[in-house]
Design a protein around this ligand. Structure first.
Ligand code: HEM
Ligand SMILES: *[C@@H]1O[C@H](CO)[C@@H](O)[C@H](O)[C@H]1NC(C)=O
Ligand SMILES: *[C@@H]1O[C@H](CO)[C@@H](O)[C@H](O)[C@H]1NC(C)=O
Ligand SMILES: *[C@@H]1O[C@H](CO)[C@@H](O)[C@H](O)[C@H]1NC(C)=O
Length: 521
């Protein structure tokens, strides 16, 4: 009797799940059909569009966009000679990808009210769920708080942070190498793991400060949090928006890393808000983004604890995600072009002798090598992503209705032979001054420069505020690797990248073999 009852109960529950599953599926299908109709209705005019947005094949194409967008974008750009803008139907809108100086400048110069950076980022990252309730709103409409904290205060403190960053990078390498598999005399390590370890150690110190940055539990949670946020945002983009609240919340709670990080940050913020600010007393000054965010927040709404915590978590995410990917691509490039290793090592030794306080400043080959790597291997096929808020007409004549996305296809832009001769060739010396050139009249650039012709850092007027810190950290990581290790790829022929919409991720399975060098500088 009881068994029958249990059996019935089981069936009821099972059918309940099946029914919920079917409702979910039906909602997804209906939403997709409606979305495809909307994409078509809202298509840009007067511009080359790569495929029809409404065919049955679009369902398949859509899947193709998820797994292969950078290849399509590159192919189409090449076909159009890298100088015409075009549109590509994507998940929920058309993406208008601009090329040619006039169109790129018009996009970069546009204002937030017409082409919105915030809305593009909110669509992509689902901030509210992945950044601890953070919202772009009129508490800080122009992002003055994070921009001042990162672009002014963090940049200003780089000399003070330098020895700390160096120590964290060394510790990151040591931990990763110690945990690697032994292969003969080498240690075999996942390049992505190594890179994440090194970058997150440094970021935890710089963003969260001495106390939290040296707390292994907090650092581990911070590493896990950035992975959670990226995966959650990407999954939610594939689903109807009405499911975002429940799915994003569930996914972010799964590991609990975000709440854990927030619970570490909150008491520190509260404590610092209680102690008087630097100007009014001789209290200890803290060199970290927690303090700089507090010091950059002026209105009561900006200084509310939940807002400060979310803001700091936002900076943590902005800083960790792309930097660790770029470090992987630098390591790939060093392994693929070993002919640069000795010249780079020589430059390191000379630079340390010439300017022991800031040797990176003297390392021009290193800067050029890094810039060239960023040219060929950006972490995303798009930058300067903006959501169209008011119908927008490009100088080339294309008319783009509200709701679409507009961006620079940076991966393709960097292969324009008119800007970069022999664009497919990796030339680590490309950005060095050639004989007879002088810096002021010949446009040779440094890694941190912003340009219209290469949008790695975004729009020149709005470029990434973290770029000087990125440059310092990536260069120190390169110097540490070159000076202290011999290294090679474990399997140089295996595939290295994986695409997810327009993001270009390193494959976590790719490994590097490392061995400490006898001489250390
Ligand atoms: C390799 C690493 C990085 C790359 C490639 C990168 C790239 C970018 C790009 C393309 C933008 C958008 C600009 C635009 O659309 O016009 C941006 C914005 C931003 N980045 Fe970075 N970034 C990196 C690392 C960092 C780091 C380490 C930090 C913080 C310490 C940071 C903080 C920010 C912030 C706060 C913004 C928003 C700026 C605003 O609201 O105007 N980024 N970054
Ligand atoms: C964009 O702004 C720059 C600098 O203010 C200016 O030189 C350029 O002409 C502008 N371009 C367009 C297309 O508006
Ligand atoms: C590897 O280590 C062994 C001893 O541990 C040593 O005899 C050998 O020379 C090393 N090989 C290389 C290539 O360094
Ligand atoms: C500030 O410095 C003065 C003397 O220089 C000292 O008497 C005072 O206790 C200090 N205040 C704090 C908050 O450390």
């Amino acid at each position: 009797m009881l068994q029958v009852l249990f059996y019935k109960l089981f069936l009821a529950v099972a059918f309940g799940y099946v029914r919920i599953g079917l409702i979910f599926l039906a909602a997804c299908v209906t939403w997709r059909a409606f979305t495809i109709y909307r994409i078509h209705r809202n298509r840009p005019r007067n511009i080359y569009i790569t495929s029809k947005s409404y065919s049955i094949g679009k369902w398949v194409k859509n899947f193709d966009f998820i797994t292969n967008a950078p290849t399509h974008i590159l192919r189409t750009s090449r076909k159009l000679g890298y100088s015409s803008s075009f549109a590509i139907p994507s998940l929920v809108e058309h993406q208008v990808l601009v090329a040619g100086q006039q169109d790129v400048e018009a996009l970069c110069n546009s204002s937030e009210g017409v082409l919105s950076f915030h809305e593009a980022m909110t669509d992509r990252m689902k901030h509210y769920y992945t950044m601890y309730g953070f919202e772009h709103n009129n508490i800080d409409p122009h992002d003055n708080v994070p921009i001042r904290a990162v672009k002014v205060l963090l940049r200003m403190h780089i000399p003070v942070l330098r020895p700390l960053i160096r120590r964290k990078i060394r510790e990151g390498f040591e931990t990763a190498v110690a945990n690697g598999h032994r292969v003969k005399n080498w240690s075999s390590v996942s390049i992505f793991q190594l890179s994440k370890m090194v970058i997150e150690e440094s970021n935890a110190q710089v963003i969260l400060g001495d106390e939290l940055g040296n707390n292994p539990e907090c650092v581990r949670a911070a590493i896990r949090y950035s992975t959670d946020a990226v995966i959650t945002a990407e999954i939610c983009r594939q689903l109807p928006p009405m499911f975002t609240p429940i799915i994003a919340t569930t996914l972010m709670r799964w590991s609990g890393a975000m709440d854990k990080v927030a619970n570490f940050i909150r008491p520190v913020v509260e404590e610092r808000m209680r102690t008087p600010s630097k100007e009014s007393s001789n209290a200890t000054s803290y060199n970290d983004c927690i303090q700089w965010t507090i010091d950059s927040s002026h209105t009561p709404a900006q200084r509310a604890t939940p807002r400060l915590v979310a803001q700091i978590i936002g900076i943590l995410l902005a800083s960790s995600h792309q930097m660790s990917m770029v470090l992987v691509y630098i390591i790939y490039a060093l392994c693929d072009h070993p002919e640069y290793i000795e010249p780079l090592r020589k430059e390191i030794v000379e630079a340390v002798n010439k300017n022991s306080k800031d040797p990176l400043k003297e390392m021009h080959l290193l800067d050029s090598f890094l810039t060239e790597t960023s040219r060929l291997y950006p972490p995303d096929a798009l930058t300067v992503q903006r959501k169209v808020k008011k119908p927008f007409t490009l100088p080339s004549g294309a008319v783009i209705p509200t709701g679409n996305l507009i961006a620079v296809p940076v991966l393709a832009q960097a292969r324009n032979p008119e800007v970069f001769p022999n664009p497919e060739t990796f030339d680590g010396r490309r950005f060095l001054l050639k004989d007879g050139q002088t810096k002021d009249k010949d446009a040779v650039s440094r890694f941190t420069d912003v340009r219209y012709s290469f949008s790695f850092w975004g729009a020149p007027r709005k470029g990434c505020p973290g770029r000087w810190y990125v440059s310092e950290t990536l260069k120190q990581a390169m110097v540490h690797l070159l000076a202290n290790y011999d290294f090679e790829l474990e399997d140089e022929h295996a595939s290295r990248f994986m695409y997810w919409t327009t993001a270009i991720f390193p494959r976590p399975a790719r490994r590097i073999l490392l061995k400490e060098r006898g001489i250390v500088c």
